[in-house]
Write a protein that binds this ligand. Structure first.
Ligand code: GAL
Length: 408
């Protein structure tokens, strides 16, 4: 009797601890490098190592991009005990050695699987093996799991259940593993993903390396077939601000900054590349929207413009602000989109995007945007400080986003 009671008590405590343990895995949006948009399925251990090296040498790790996220294409099936194994040709030293290497560089590392028998790329996935796979990932030392949804039924209930099952498995795995839900926003995950154990959830179809699809589809779902450009994604994700916060972030997909239309999945469906102004806008908008920042260009070969965009500490600070509020889009018309993001020290970030095709000048009345009591502005791209009054006049190039940090 006592023994039974003790066992019940002990297991309740274990479940409680496991749940509590996973509570603060993403107090700010995760940042790092993700293999998908440039390398697609063509990944291996020497590439991952060289990417980790480049993250350190370029200063990206120290700027906050502390994750390497391995995406689809690492898997080599299961062994005779049904344990998942990496492709032995791509990862001959095994995953533990690779994870140790990345950890030794002061970085964390993520892995990828899917809530069905096979992943989007047709590789072994985790349905029915959730606990076993979560343990395997934990034993290897992974810190993050991106969990995709190819090959799974379309209904909401099944999705919620499958994500919940994997999240429980991760909690029992004995390691803190951040959980990224990737069902592309098709079942409005902002309504249930946090409760199902996710710290972030994709809100849209895959991003392509382009500003905007020429014929914007009527529904978010249709974006899968025409390809989501930066602005198609902004126009979905910006409306979801009230669902984001510490440990539960809207994920508008990876940064295409620096890809310049190079081959890879982001080039599919008309991904022809963007200008540096547009890449700077993506970075600005993602940071205003408190988004995970997942770089996908080849960080071993970045030009100066790409480095300048990705390494702007003042912009990153807006993304990573511990208040964890996603900007509210206050204005949306044919010329302007304006975003307001409150920050933890009382400052306010004001984002001004010119969506038109020519340079425009805005006369912004701060009170109309709900901003009061600010006397100074800091232009986070131009690095200039100015005194401000009730209005701000600013000239913004086509597709450019300016961000001002407004202070007392
Ligand atoms: C997609 C996912 C992409 C990438 C790809 C891998 O479903 O949205 O980000 O992970 O699968 O096959």
């Amino acid at each position: 009797m006592y023994k039974k009671f003790f066992l019940f008590f002990a297991s309740t405590i274990t479940v409680f601890l496991a749940t509590a343990q996973n509570k603060n895995l993403a107090p700010t949006p995760p940042m790092g490098f993700m293999t998908w948009n440039y390398f697609a399925l063509d990944i291996d251990e020497s590439k991952v190592k060289s990417l980790a090296d480049a993250m350190v040498e370029s200063g990206l790790r120290d700027a906050g991009y502390n994750f390497i996220f391995i995406d689809d294409g690492w898997q080599g099936g299961r062994d005779n005990k049904n344990n998942m194994i990496p492709d032995p040709k791509k990862f001959p030293s095994g995953m533990k050695a690779l994870v140790d290497y990345v950890h030794s560089k002061g970085m964390k590392i993520g892995i990828y699987s899917d809530a069905a028998p096979l992943t989007c790329g047709g590789y072994t996935a985790s349905l029915g093996f959730e606990e076993q796979d979560a343990k395997t990932f934990a034993n290897w030392g992974f810190d993050y799991l991106k969990y995709d949804y190819c090959g799974a039924p379309t209904d909401w209930q099944t999705a919620i259940k499958r994500y919940q099952t994997m999240s429980e498995a991760l909690k029992k795995s004995g390691r803190d593993i951040t959980f990224g839900i990737c069902e592309w926003g098709d079942r409005e995950p902002w309504l249930w993903a946090k409760k199902s154990g996710g710290q972030l959830w994709r809100t849209t179809a895959d991003i392509r390396d382009k500003w905007e699809s020429l014929n914007p589809p009527k529904t978010a779902y249709e974006l899968h077939s025409v390809g989501a450009g930066i602005m198609n994604i902004v126009n979905i994700n910006a409306e979801l601000n009230k669902f984001a916060g510490p440990n539960g972030w809207n994920d508008p997909d990876m940064l295409v900054v620096g890809l310049y239309g190079k081959k890879g999945p982001s080039g599919d469906l008309g991904g022809v590349g963007c200008t540096d102004v547009e890449y700077q806008s993506q970075m600005s908008l993602w940071c205003l929207m408190a988004s995970p920042l997942m770089i996908t260009c080849d960080v071993r070969n970045m030009n100066d413009a790409t480095k300048r965009i990705l390494l702007n500490k003042d912009v990153i600070a807006i993304d990573q602000d511990i208040l964890g509020v996603q900007a509210e889009r206050k204005i949306k018309n044919d010329t302007w989109q304006m975003f307001v993001k409150p920050l933890s020290n009382g400052d306010v970030a004001l984002g001004i995007l010119n969506v038109s095709d020519k340079t425009q000048t805005a006369n912004i009345n701060l009170a109309e945007l709900g901003i009061a009591g600010k006397t100074k502005s800091f232009d986070v791209w131009g690095k200039t400080t100015a005194k401000i009054s009730a209005t701000i006049k600013v000239s913004v190039a086509a597709h450019e986003t300016k961000i001002y940090r407004l202070m007392k």
